[in-house]
Design a binder for this molecule. Structure first.
Ligand code: HEC
Ligand code: HEC
Length: 255
């Protein structure tokens, strides 16, 4: 306990040295669910190493995500999935499509990452307790507006749709084959857990898979499988429904 407290004080000192004056979790709650795949013990506030400070410019404090930059919440994602995505961005198998503007941002950030920094990033992120972040009632508008900007207005359906959880449940039966009944993920199939992902981010990714903006590289067969799976989502209504169902599985009001 003493060491913990000393560690915490040391961390506060470090944070004030870095000029962080406000440490507040007023808007989001930290807890252990979903637990990350490594089963590491969560600490109250994880010090972000200097080499990763620039990540938080987009991903926000403690990697909790920031809609304004399109950078998702990374807390709760398992080590194997984070490693795979960072490598994919670095190798340009993700984020290379001409219409993937948010992907371009992340690809540029990943370009210069060496293996040691990828390891450091994955280790740091998986030590951060899961954070419910960014409450907003406008997630659909945000998701589709962002996707629309990216695809240069080829996506016409941007109105706010009324979710049907029953339709979402029906659609999710296909997804469960890879992502699991509780959306807990399946490392053997490289399918990540979906509980805990922001709704706006999920909706945008599903649209991107459907449009072949993500999952279009033959050197990434897992991602191509996800692209194929997304073709059962016929409309933005289907996307809204399935995302609403996944969010309900988590029983948390995530944005
Ligand atoms: C310039 C802004 C920016 C910076 C800096 C940045 N990211 Fe990102 N990151 C993004 C965006 C935007 C996305 C979402 C890409 C998309 O929509 O496909 C993303 C996606 C990711 C993903 C994939 C998440 C998922 O669920 O698939 C990981 C992992 C990630 N970033 C880690 C990092 C790490 C680690 C750093 C620092 C080394 C970093 N990012 C720096 C903007 C940024
Ligand atoms: C054949 C197996 C498979 C099926 C079926 C499948 N997925 Fe996936 N899904 C994956 C894999 C593999 C990935 C990781 C892709 C990557 O590495 O880029 C993924 C990624 C995703 C992501 C992006 C996660 C992130 O953090 O960026 C979402 C959202 C998603 N799936 C939702 C769904 C939904 C909703 C369905 C049902 C309509 C579905 N998936 C069906 C295998 C599958």
């Amino acid at each position: 306990m003493k060491t913990l407290r000393t560690g915490f004080h040391l961390m506060l000192v470090c944070l004030s040295l870095l000029g962080t004056t406000h440490i507040t979790f007023a808007k989001e709650t930290q807890h252990d669910k979903p637990t990350n795949a490594t089963g590491k013990v969560a600490s109250p506030l994880v010090v972000i190493p200097e080499a990763l400070q620039y990540c938080t410019v987009c991903h926000g404090t403690q990697f909790k995500g920031d809609f304004a930059t399109g950078a998702p919440n990374l807390t709760g994602l398992p080590d194997w999935y984070l490693t795979k995505q960072l490598t994919a961005f670095k190798n340009k198998s993700r984020g290379a499509h001409a219409n993937d503007l948010s992907g371009h941002e992340m690809r540029a950030a990943a370009e210069s990452l060496d293996d040691a920094t990828i390891l450091l990033a994955v280790d740091t992120i998986t030590r951060i307790p899961y954070i419910d972040s960014m409450p907003t009632t406008h997630w659909q508008r945000l998701a589709f507006k962002a996707a629309q900007d990216d695809v240069k207005h080829t996506n016409k359906e941007s109105q706010t749709l009324t979710p049907s959880i029953n339709n979402g449940k029906k659609l999710y039966a296909t997804c469960a084959a890879c992502h699991g009944n509780q959306a807990e993920g399946n490392p053997a199939l490289k399918a990540p857990p979906l509980t805990g992902l922001n709704r706006w981010y999920m909706a945008k990714q599903l649209l991107h898979f459907k449009q072949g903006i993500r999952g279009n590289q033959s050197n990434d067969p897992a991602s191509m499988q996800m692209k194929a799976a997304a073709s059962i989502l016929k409309s933005n209504q289907d996307i809204v429904d399935v995302v609403t169902y996944i969010n309900a599985l988590n029983q948390q009001e995530l944005p």
